[in-house]
Design a protein around this ligand. Structure first.
Ligand SMILES: Nc1ncnc2c1ncn2[C@@H]1O[C@H](COP(=O)(O)OP(=O)(O)O)[C@@H](O)[C@H]1O
Ligand SMILES: [Mg+2]
Length: 491
């Protein structure tokens, strides 16, 4: 210790004070799930039950697990904190979640982890902490593990972690008593997890694709706030905004009039009377939803804007600038992007307003792989080639890393050299329109793409289903005919 410095080590009672950070039960469970995802889990099971005494809720994953030393670190407050660099996909932030989320809901936290075939268990109980008045946790004997709820199922895995909450004082507070109360918890949780992790749960997610999350025996279904499966949804192509070295991506969606929302979606509250409250920005951090609804002080909720929802993707490297809070459910946009977001708010409002005037007219098709992505930077805009576009992606994969980098740089450069002045003059002064790609050229292009993506021209429906999501085929009314011609040429 420095001379003249006086010791102020926190009392273990700190843990009791930290219970009141303001977590709701669904936000707390989502924080535990984040840890499972960070550990690389592809399967997460959650179960809650009140028939045992004490009642319990556990989260079990098949992630990489922890050694005993790692578990002890995991139970320390802020062992890895916000000032440490994090992996770019890391959902963690302050090194608090496991403890603060758990104790916001319960008084006893048990963590069992299995790594390389070795299993360890640790129990952190607030009542024991109070008695011992010492920052220590209890290591469980192997014979005790069997009594931890969830352990029977868990023990069949080679790797993974089981987080079990007992003494659920806060979780069950102001709920109906007994099983009905737990039923309420589970129902709320199902909706919250389905929305928070919808992009990771969606089978088409290219990073997680088909993450399995099971809650009380039933799979959690993704809840897409943008209703991308509904063809009446209007969307803009994703736009990138650079702040320093970080890129955020923004995409605006305009939901159709509720008469065009049918099937199970028609039951969703956020698409009916909850539509007004659900309008606004949807901020994602590493594809996990952080905050949704409302216009982040850029504008008020209005009836004319209620169809507008705007997706904003943030990398975790911008946490500081966005003032991400401990519960990871609130962000404040930094001054540098407020103007950009305000522009999206305005565009979204105009489109949303039109929905009211021409009920449900379809303008553009959803879910298209565009060839160019508009990028806004330092007040100006430019276009960047979308290297995830399947044709480009395929052309680039056969190259060596050096050739690939060179090619991508050249393409980016071309984007900067698009003759905007000439285009503007032709279109606005001379009233010319860009030529559409001729059918003959597209027939050859279909043949190339079909070969690239290894599609089967004998099954034109499958080819059509894929091509309708790719530029330049997306939105072509003659797509069926073009495919038929390609099939003929192929023979
Ligand atoms: N399910 C899990 N599987 C593997 N490691 C975990 C798991 N849960 C927590 N950990 C470890 O415990 C640490 C602390 O977790 P937490 O308190 O939530 O803070 P943070 O997620 O912000 O790092 C994590 O960084 C991770 O190393
Ligand atoms: Mg965490």
């Amino acid at each position: 210790m420095f001379e003249n410095h006086l010791q102020i080590r926190p009392s273990p009672k700190l843990m009791e004070s930290m219970r009141a950070l303001g977590y709701t039960s669904d936000v707390a469970v989502a924080d535990i799930v984040d840890n499972s995802l960070d550990a690389g889990a592809s399967s997460i099971e959650i179960r809650g039950d009140v028939s045992d005494e004490p009642a319990w809720l556990w989260v079990s994953d098949n992630g990489q697990g922890m050694t005993l030393t790692q578990m002890v670190e995991a139970l320390k407050l802020a062992a890895v904190s916000s000032v440490d660099a994090r992996g770019e996909n890391d959902l963690g932030r302050f090194g608090l979640g496991l403890k603060t989320a758990s104790f916001s809901q319960c008084r006893r936290l048990t963590v069992i982890s299995r790594r390389d075939g070795v299993t360890h268990g640790i129990r952190f109980d607030l009542d024991e902490l109070r008695e011992s008045d010492d920052w220590s946790v209890r290591r469980l004997e192997e014979s005790d593990l069997g009594e931890v709820p969830g352990f029977q199922e868990f023990s069949k895995q080679e790797f993974g972690t089981l987080v079990c909450w007992q003494k659920l004082d806060r979780l069950m507070e102001s709920r109906s008593s007994g099983a009905a109360g737990m039923g309420e918890v589970i129902a709320e949780l199902r909706a919250h997890l389905g929305l928070t992790f919808h992009r990771l749960l969606a089978p088409e997610d290219h990073i997680r694709g088909g993450l399995s999350m099971v809650l009380n025996g039933r799979a959690v279904q993704p809840i897409d706030p943008f209703l991308r499966q509904n063809r009446a949804v209007e969307m803009t192509s994703p736009e990138a905004i650079k702040i320093g070295n970080d890129t955020i991506k923004v995409q605006a969606f305009t939901l159709p009039d509720s008469s065009l929302i049918t099937g199970p979606d028609a039951e969703r509250k956020d698409l009916r009377d909850g539509m007004y409250a659900a309008q606004g920005f949807y901020f994602y951090r590493n594809r996990r939803l952080i905050s949704h609804g409302g216009w982040a002080n850029l504008g008020g909720r209005r009836d004319s804007t209620k169809h507008s929802r705007i997706l904003v993707d943030l990398p975790n490297s911008t946490d500081d600038q966005w003032q991400l809070d401990v519960m990871k459910n609130k962000v404040v946009p930094p001054a540098s992007v407020r103007r950009q977001l305000a522009r999206f708010y305005e565009v979204g409002s105009r489109k949303s307003g039109r929905i009211i005037s021409y009920r449900g007219r379809r303008v553009s098709s959803p879910d298209v792989e565009y060839a160019w992505i508009p990028v806004t930077e330092r007040g100006g805009f430019r276009y960047e080639p979308n290297i995830e576009h399947p044709v480009l992606d395929d052309a680039l994969t056969d190259l060596s890393q050096t050739q690939r980098d060179k090619m991508v740089r050249a393409l980016r450069h071309l984007g900067l050299l698009i003759p905007y002045g000439d285009i503007r003059r032709r279109m606005s002064i001379d009233d010319e329109v860009p030529a559409r790609e001729h059918q003959d050229a597209l027939v050859q292009h279909v043949l190339d793409v079909v070969a690239t993506l290894e599609l089967d021209l004998l099954s034109p429906e499958t080819v059509g289903a894929v091509l309708q999501h790719i530029e330049p085929f997306a939105g072509r009314r003659d797509l069926e005919q073009i495919i038929a011609r390609a099939a003929q040429a192929h023979r």
